[in-house]
Each structure stands twice: as structure tokens, then as C-alpha cells.
Design a protein around this ligand. Structure first.
Ligand code: EPZ
Length: 423
């Protein structure tokens, strides 16, 4: 069987203007939410990553009719004839976002059967917060082998307090509550921009949702929800990755659609490194001119609006070449530093203490054969390869294709030498 890999070569400073695609972590829950409606929905600015293609397969397996136009980045999804509420392991194991169909199917049909989810191996990644909240809403949950069945004669509203502002749990509970009569409240909810994009879609459907401090979302259940049209928000994580590609290679980049207003902590860290940033008006658009002597910075990943865990790996790649010592503390996932080992193969000086990495900046990295352990690590290794001396080959390309739509093509357009090849 031929091996697919990304060949990355030392590149000159990346320069240019690039457009962004829709956010992977917004489109997944939004596609799941369409199960709450019965009719023709249309999504635009859709990023056609493998996760989206898998979500299409999942919806079709339930009876949805999907028309995808990858060149126009649109999806038409007709949910008038949903005939199944059961998702098997073949789909569930490949993508964590598939768990997000539980809330909508429970809300609309009172029943759902799912195999336990998969996705990036970033630690245990349980779904206890989701299940605890469903149980409080009157859902009976049974584990049968590797399947979970959840059923409810009649769901009732609840006040659920999340012990951690889980993105997926917030989204799943919200989607279960929008058709549950009465007032459901989620305290310590996640307020990531992608959660807010989902709230906008649910409101367009006719849901009654209010948000207020402290990190509370209140849902007033309604009886039916209407099909929608929605333009998926631009991807702040793709934007961050592209900014770092220019930063690490000493280049210049302009992202006119970047949602800079939702990237403050990350952008402040780029400025702290010495990179020059300029911003469009109304919080949209950012340009970066890289410094040729980046300084070490430290950060810890936090729920929004803290430093996003999904930019931790790409940022660490840039810190490998910053002068001084950087401390990176991954607090969101207990096993999201697997890229350290791979960066060390390229000559990075990194020490690990628990979930904290200490990065001592070096003058150069060296091309190596590396393996991507998860989506964001795949981006980090490509960025490192763009500046490393010699050639880097990266396997584990399925992670890259799951999380990014067209990243290699965008890097090529900026002068980056990174291409997908088969042995
Ligand atoms: C979403 O994952 C994103 N995925 C992740 O992006 C992102 O890193 C994460 O949120 C944090 O921002 C999608 O939106 C599809 P969580 P999710 O529930 O919902 C623990 C990427 O690379 N937890 O906020 O799974 C969990 O183990 C991906 O784009 C429980 O303990 O994240 C983790 O330690 C990776 N019990 C922490 O909470 C639960 O029931 C945060 O998880 C749920 C979560």
C-alpha cells in the first residue's frame, strides 16, 4: 500500500494575501444542528475538510439528502426524511464531532444510538458532562457494548452547571434544550466563537436563546424549528496557523477576513515575540510583518478568550526558533504535547515537565522524517519544515486532511514548499 506523506522543504519568507475558509469547529456542530429542522437548509463558506465529508456521510446515513458543491463551498441539506437515529462505529470512531448529533436527535426524536466517539487522541476525552446533563433532562442512557443508547419519553428543562466550560457539552446540551419546553440554563458554558456561531444558527431556526454573565446560556424551548441558510464564520485557527507560517519564515502576510476581534490573546503573544501586526477596522482583518529576531514568550492554553489550545502546537513550532526560554502550559487536554517528540527530531530543544513544555530557542531546525499525532500537530510540523534546513517528510496526513481544507495550497501560494505526495 503506498504511503501518503507531506514533503516540506526550506522555503523563503512566506509573503502575500490569503483568503480564509469557514471554521471547522463551527461547521461540525452547525451541520449536526440541522437535524433539529425538517426541510431544506443551505450552508455557505463551508470548509471541505475530511471531517466535513465524514459529517455529510453521517447525515446521509440518517436519511438526510445532501448536495455538496466543493468549488462553491456550499452544502444543501434536506432533513425532511430522517429515518434513522443510530450511528455506527465506522463513522463515530473517526471523528469526535459526531457525538454532537446526540442533542439534536434526542430533541427531535427522543432517541439516539451512537458508538463511542473517536477523534484526535488528546487524552481520555470523556463525554460525561454531556451525558450527565442529558440524564438531568430526563434522558435514560444505557451502555450496550461499544454503543450508547439514549431515550426519553419526554425531556424536561434543567439547570446544568458545567464543572469545565466544555465546548462540545455546551453545544450538545443547547441543541437538546431548544425543543424541550421550559427554561434550560447552562452555567459555566463555553463561549468560543464557534459556539456563538451555532447560537446564531439556532436563533435563525427560531430558537429562544439568551446569554448573560457569569458564562450562562438560557434556552426557552419551542415546539418546532425552521430550516436555515447560514454563512459559516471564518476560521480563527486557520488564520492563526497562516500568521505563524509567515512569522516562522520571517515573511509578511495579510488576511483580510481574519476575525481578529476573537484572537486577541494569541495576537498579543505574536506582538510580544516582536512581530508587527496591523488590523483592519471593525475587528476584521490582520496583517503581520515578521521580526527577524523573535523573542521567547510563555503562555498557558485556556478556554476562550484565553490562548486557544488549538494554536498551542503551531505556536510552539515558532517558539523553537525564538531567542530565550519559553514556557508552554497545556491546561485543556491532558495529552496534547505529542508534537514535542517530533519537533525534537528536528533539533528543537524542548523539555517536558507534566503538561508544561520548556522551549529553549535554537538557531536552526533540521529536516527530518516526522509523524503527525493529531490535527494541530500536523500544522506545527509543516511550519517547522518550512524553515528547517533540508527536507522534512511528514506522515499521519489524515490528521491534516481532517482539520484543514486547502492549507498546503495556501502555503504554496505564499511561496511555501509543502506538497502532498505518495510513495
Ligand atoms: C472542541 O473539542 C474542539 N472540537 C476542539 O478542537 C478544541 O480543542 C476543544 O473544543 C477546546 O476548545 C470541535 O469543536 C469539533 P471540550 P471538545 O469538550 O468539544 C474535557 C481541533 O483540533 N471533557 O471543550 O471535545 C475534555 O477531555 C479540535 O480542532 C470532559 O472531561 O472539547 C478536555 O480535557 C481538537 N468531559 C476538556 O474537557 C466531557 O464530557 C475540553 O474539552 C467533555 C469534555
Amino acid at each position: 500500500m503506498s504511503t501518503e506523506y507531506v514533503l516540506i522543504e526550506q522555503s523563503s519568507p512566506l509573503k502575500g494575501t490569503v483568503s480564509l475558509t469557514g471554521a471547522k469547529n463551527a461547521v461540525s456542530p452547525i451541520m449536526a444542528s440541522l437535524l433539529l429542522t425538517s426541510g431544506k437548509n443551505k450552508l455557505t463558506n463551508v470548509p471541505f475538510s475530511d471531517d466535513v465529508r465524514l459529517m455529510i456521510k453521517l447525515l446521509e446515513s440518517l436519511g438526510a439528502e445532501v448536495k455538496a458543491d466543493e468549488s462553491l463551498h456550499t452544502l444543501e441539506i434536506d432533513t425532511s426524511h430522517i429515518k434513522s437515529q443510530s450511528i455506527g462505529p465506522d463513522i463515530m470512531k473517526k471523528m469526535r464531532a459526531s457525538i454532537l448529533v446526540m442533542g439534536p436527535l434526542l430533541a427531535r426524536f427522543g432517541f439516539v444510538e451512537v458508538a463511542l466517539p473517536g477523534g484526535c487522541v488528546l487524552g481520555a476525552r470523556p463525554i460525561d458532562y454531556h451525558l450527565k446533563a442529558f440524564a438531568k433532562m430526563g434522558v435514560k442512557i444505557e451502555a450496550k457494548g461499544e454503543y450508547l443508547t439514549a431515550s426519553a419519553q419526554k425531556m424536561h428543562p434543567t439547570h446544568c452547571v458545567l464543572e469545565y466550560p466544555s465546548v462540545g457539552a455546551t453545544e450538545n446540551i443547547m441543541m437538546a434544550a431548544v425543543l424541550t419546553p421550559g427554561t434550560t440554563r447552562i452555567t459555566n458554558a463555553a463561549f468560543e466563537p464557534e459556539v456563538l456561531d451555532l447560537i446564531e444558527v439556532l436563533k435563525k431556526m427560531g430558537a429562544h436563546i439568551a446569554t448573560f454573565p457569569p458564562a450562562t446560556i438560557e434556552i426557552e424551548g419551542v415546539t418546532t424549528l425552521q430550516p436555515v441558510e447560514h454563512h459559516i464564520m471564518y476560521d480563527r485557527l486557520e488564520a492563526g496557523s497562516l500568521l505563524l507560517a509567515a512569522a516562522i519564515t520571517g515573511g509578511e502576510i495579510h488576511l483580510p477576513e481574519a476575525p481578529a476581534a476573537s484572537m486577541d490573546v494569541f495576537l498579543a503573544k505574536l506582538e510580544e515575540m516582536g512581530h508587527q501586526l496591523s488590523y483592519g477596522d471593525k475587528g476584521t482583518g490582520v496583517a503581520l510583518k515578521a521580526t527577524d529576531s523573535p523573542k521567547a514568550v510563555s503562555f498557558r492554553t485556556m478556554p476562550y478568550p484565553g490562548f486557544p489550545t488549538d494554536l498551542q502546537a503551531p505556536m510552539m513550532a515558532a517558539l523553537c526558533l525564538a531567542s530565550g526560554k519559553s514556557f508552554v502550559d497545556e491546561t485543556v487536554f491532558e495529552n496534547r504535547l505529542m508534537h514535542v517528540r517530533e519537533l525534537q527530531k528536528m533539533g528543537a530543544q524542548i523539555e517536558m515537565h507534566g503538561h508544561t513544555a520548556t522551549i529553549m530557542g535554537v538557531d536552526k531546525l533540521f529536516g527530518a522524517a516526522v509523524i503527525a499525532p493529531d490535527i494541530r500537530a500536523s500544522c506545527a510540523l509543516i511550519l517547522a519544515g518550512l524553515v528547517a534546513e533540508g527536507q522534512t517528510t511528514m506522515t499521519g496526513t489524515h490528521h491534516l486532511k481532517r482539520g484543514y481544507a486547502g492549507l498546503l495550497e495556501k502555503l504554496q501560494a505564499l511561496g511555501g514548499k509543502a506538497q502532498l505526495l505518495h510513495e
